[in-house]
Design a protein around this ligand. Sequence first.
Ligand SMILES: C[S@@+](CC[C@H](N)C(=O)[O-])C[C@H]1O[C@@H](n2cnc3c(N)ncnc32)[C@H](O)[C@@H]1O
Length: 199
Amino acid sequence: MTKSEMAFAERKLFVERWVKSPLKVASVTPSGADLCRAMAEGAGAAAGRRVIELGPGTGPITAALLHAGVAPSDLLLLELDDVFAHHLRTRHPGVTVVEGDARRIGRAAAAHGWTGCDAVVSGLPLIAMPLSAQVRIAGGAFEAMGPGGVFVQLTYGPFSPLNPALVRRLGLVGRRFRWIARNLPPASVWVYRRRTAVN
Ligand SMILES: C[S@@+](CC[C@H](N)C(=O)[O-])C[C@H]1O[C@@H](n2cnc3c(N)ncnc32)[C@H](O)[C@@H]1O
């Protein structure tokens, strides 16, 4: 399959899964290249960095992380949708793909020896999720990471995708890392880290 045939097939798969589960997939098209690159930059993606990706879908951010130098063996993907999970296993051999709920990130990280990792990158529809889910996802992500770990989240909205009260409660600081106009829809990349890692 050529690159453009693969891109077409992935867009088609994405729309099919969106039709089946519009609230979970939460977008009609995979993230564009500029947004995926910004997500990888926000995570400091490079050789030797160990990364967990939540809600990878068809894997455009996965591809950007690999392109930035992250080794396939240093990447763990946690995806709820079984068809996306199957696609990711075929598309990115060597990457660990876990079919499951991002709310169980703590369990998945421990089971696969990923505790102490460097970054958690999320394409989840976080703002549409209840606060209890955000608590488990963000809380679990920071438990899975080392002290300097970063949580990187995309959003189509103007505000912090992580609830500000939760950001304070977890002792985090967050900032908009990049705004990407050339994406459908335009999107922002937010990066959160522990307050103690900033001071
Ligand atoms: C907006 S799409 C983003 C897909 C991809 N990261 C991208 O940027 O193109 C959201 C993704 O999160 C997945 N997802 C939604 N809820 C999830 C959950 N609780 N746990 C794991 N994945 C979830 C969906 O199946 C979908 O792949």
